[in-house]
Design a protein around this ligand. Structure first.
Ligand code: PMP
Length: 430
């Protein structure tokens, strides 16, 4: 598998030789690191992309989940090109940011006010600052394995072992973030024993875009619990927002978190994020608020007009069509057909997940594997979290799939509304 990977990619190997001279690990994101070397992409369209060696892929990385509408969606692209020709930075306010916020408010049930940032990491950072300023409390709670970006407040407990230290983050800061398993009893224990908790932040898909699904009824249970203890609820819908439904998980679960963080699909495949939520909390950024409580927030590229143009176009499509449902139906077919294939070939493993995401585990006996769609496999949490106990096999599986023309995101697939039946056929054959 590795030999074939190398043989198919002479030009990528060359570029990587340059990359390691300049970039740590030769890459720009921890998850883009790949042994023996990454594949360099040259162009993309719809559900497909092509590398610098001319290899074609069905793409399931889909901009780390940002591209619900596929690569270079015609209307999004047109809006961006038109905007670039007008201005790329107004040095002040512009009308598109207002339209963008109006669309967010019309789709996300809890959004009374919106503040744009440049990324999801900045959005969770701001949400936590807002929660601290609003409550006057210092600590936050995050859940094991849940991902909220890389800033100091949330960079711990992303992968097992969850009590590992995070170099570069002083203990005094790290200690302000308490970590709980995704169990309501454990969270209640923390809430009831510590009165200095400003907020709890969580991924409503379950840890790591649903790799470890949440227990049944968890989202509503957490909302009730945080209300009862007066702890603010930050729902991190960076992945699920505009994907699980046009209004995210909160619209499906019928809850209104105090604060919601958004990014990825929000900006239609361009850099951008936002905090949305209760007006009385968001207004702590306002100049009208009590000077003693007012918090600062700047950012050269907040609500950048190019991202806003893409975001407005993308959210209009999400809000006025069934793209979320289309993508979810295709992902359900992909999960079913993979499970059927595993069953037919007697391969231990499974495909599972919710909405338009499909997680794949290879090399693990799955007690409740079915022929067909599987949302939660009955596997221990640590096995789910690491996508199986045989990491060498999972690595080879990802490489082998690339050799066969399918690019997965560490054994997972983000399905877009643009993936076709032919893409799924090709994936199953691969
Ligand atoms: N929250 C969640 C749930 C995410 O999945 C991510 C990114 N994968 C982030 C926050 C951070 O977003 P960004 O990469 O835009 O900083």
């Amino acid at each position: 598998v590795v030999d074939r990977y190398i043989q198919q990619r002479p030009r990528s190997a060359e570029i990587y030789q340059r990359a390691v001279e300049d970039l740590p690990d030769g890459v720009t994101h921890d998850k883009r690191f790949m042994t023996p070397f990454p594949t360099y992409i040259q162009r993309a369209k719809g559900s497909r992309k092509w590398d610098v060696d001319g290899n074609e892929y069905v793409d399931y990385v889909m901009g780390h989940g940002a591209l619900l509408l596929g690569h270079c969606h015609p209307e999004v692209t047109q809006a961006v090109v038109e905007q670039v020709q007008k201005f790329t930075h107004p040095g002040g306010s512009h009308e598109l940011e207002v339209e963008w916020a109006e669309l967010v408010k019309s789709l996300i049930p809890s959004a009374e006010k919106v503040r744009f940032t440049s990324s999801g990491t900045e959005a969770t950072h701001m949400a936590i600052r807002l929660a601290r300023a609003y409550t006057g409390r210092k600590k936050i709670v995050k859940l094991e394995g849940h991902f909220h970006g890389w800033h100091d407040g949330v960079a711990k407990a992303q992968t097992p072992p969850y009590d590992r230290k995070t170099p570069g983050i002083p203990d005094e800061i790290s200690e302000l973030t308490l970590v709980s398993p995704a169990k309501l009893e454990s969270i209640e224990k923390i809430f009831s024993s510590d009165r200095d908790i400003a907020a709890i932040i969580f991924e409503p898909s379950g840890a790591s875009y649903g790799t470890v699904p949440l227990p049944e009824g968890f989202v509503q249970g957490l909302k009730d619990l945080s209300d009862r203890y007066g702890v603010l609820l930050i729902c991190d819908e960076v992945v699920t927002g505009f994907r699980w439904s046009p209004g995210g998980v909160q619209a499906l679960a019928g809850i209104k978190p105090d604060l919601t963080t958004l990014a990825k699909i929000l900006a239609g495949g361009f850099p951008g994020g936002a905090v949305a939520g209760r007006a009385d909390i968001l207004d702590l950024i306002s100049h009208a608020s009590d000077p003693a409580k007012r918090i600062v927030h700047q950012g050269t590229f907040n609500a950048n007009p190019v991202s806003a143009a893409a975001g407005v176009e993308c959210l209009k499509i999400v809000g006025s069509s069934d793209v979320c449902q289309q993508a979810a139906s295709k992902a359900a077919v992909l999960r079913s057909r993979l499970n059927e294939k595993f069953e037919d070939l007697q391969i231990p493993g499974c495909a599972y997940g919710e909405s338009s995401i499909c997680h794949i585990i290879i090399g693990e006996e799955v007690p409740n594997r079915v022929r067909g769609d599987l949302q939660r496999p009955d596997l221990p949490e640590d096995v789910l979290r690491t996508k199986g106990t045989n990491q060498q096999l999972m690595w080879l599986f990802d490489l082998a799939m690339m050799n066969e023309g399918v690019d997965l995101f560490s054994g997972s697939a983000f399905v877009s509304s643009y993936h076709t039946d032919e893409d799924i056929d090709l994936t199953i054959d691969a």
